[in-house]
Design a protein around this ligand. Structure first.
Ligand SMILES: [Zn+2]
Length: 280
């Protein structure tokens, strides 16, 4: 390998943001705040430790994920409740909003729909920011812990990784076999998980989540949603996952109807405006 004489100059070129978000459709945060003030709880579910739970959220409702009993991270999948082919697109959400999301940012759906599925409207961990290691909370950079990677790295067959937890929960909720449900499981929003990339080697890292019981993150459902949340076997992800070693706790999911009248004139975002002809 030959290092070119202008290597330093090439490295010194300043980066540009790939997708400046200024022209994205802006979430109406005032309206969402009005919907959240006076919201009424209509349902709840619990993701037991090292298990997942499904829940449904009508468009215009709000769902909250809360830490209970102890620090715990969760792996979240979202689908259009009426069409499982429209699902959360972690990679594009990352490209638009960065490695982690918080209040005012959105979970975007897969092609060809590509529209907001949910908007974060409240986050008690919003204070965390980006720490000295480049770590932050609620990541869209990890995928989900899964038994295939576990088998490659450690051998064995661990069945309570988030991937398998989500697969079982979706199968039970939707009346599908495990083989039918598994392809619908997708890369997650890692709720409460504190992660980043190491500066020196660019490797994905995790560290103990700053979440404490009572912390929560609230989402506005932009479309009818089916969600699945796994209480990760990594617990607070301070040491390891893909085993029964870490201390684990459940996660609570609550569904709220919006304050009466707050959503007058509001409607779900339409599917993406691209004509879909791909030039032919
Ligand atoms: Zn996990």
């Amino acid at each position: 390998m030959t290092i070119p004489p202008d290597a330093d100059a090439r490295r010194a070129i300043a980066p540009v943001i790939c997708y400046p978000p200024d022209t994205l459709p802006r979430p109406d945060m005032e309206r969402y705040a009005a919907a959240r003030d006076g919201m009424v709880k209509v349902d709840e579910a619990l993701a037991p430790l090292r298990e997942a739970a499904c829940f449904e959220v009508p468009a215009g409702h709000i769902f909250r994920i809360s830490s209970v009993d102890g620090p715990q991270v969760g792996d979240l999948n979202l689908w259009n409740a009426n069409d499982l082919s429209e699902r959360f697109y972690s990679g594009k959400t990352r490209a638009l909003h960065g490695t982690h999301i918080t209040t005012g940012e959105r979970m975007w759906s897969s092609f060809p729909h590509m529209r907001p599925m949910a908007t974060v409207i409240h986050d008690t961990l919003g204070w965390y920011g980006i720490d000295q290691y480049g770590g932050s909370v609620h990541d869209v950079i990890g995928t989900r812990c899964d038994p295939y990677t576990g088998n490659l790295l450690q051998g064995g067959h661990y069945h309570h990784c988030c991937h398998s937890n989500l697969t079982r929960a979706l199968a039970d909720h939707a009346g599908l076999s495990l083989a039918e449900a598994e392809p619908h499981v997708h890369d997650v929003l890692n709720v409460f998980m504190c992660t980043g990339f190491t500066r020196d080697t660019g490797q994905y890292f995790m560290k103990a989540s700053p979440v404490r019981p009572g912390d929560h993150i609230d989402f506005f459902a932009e479309i009818d949603l089916l969600g699945a949340l796994s209480a990760c076997p990594g617990g607070d992800c301070s040491s390891e996952h893909s085993s029964d070693t870490a201390a684990c706790f459940p996660l609570k999911i609550e569904i709220f109807a919006p304050a009466p009248g707050a959503l007058e004139g509001w409607s779900s975002p339409p599917p993406n405006g691209y004509d879909g002809t791909h030039g032919r």
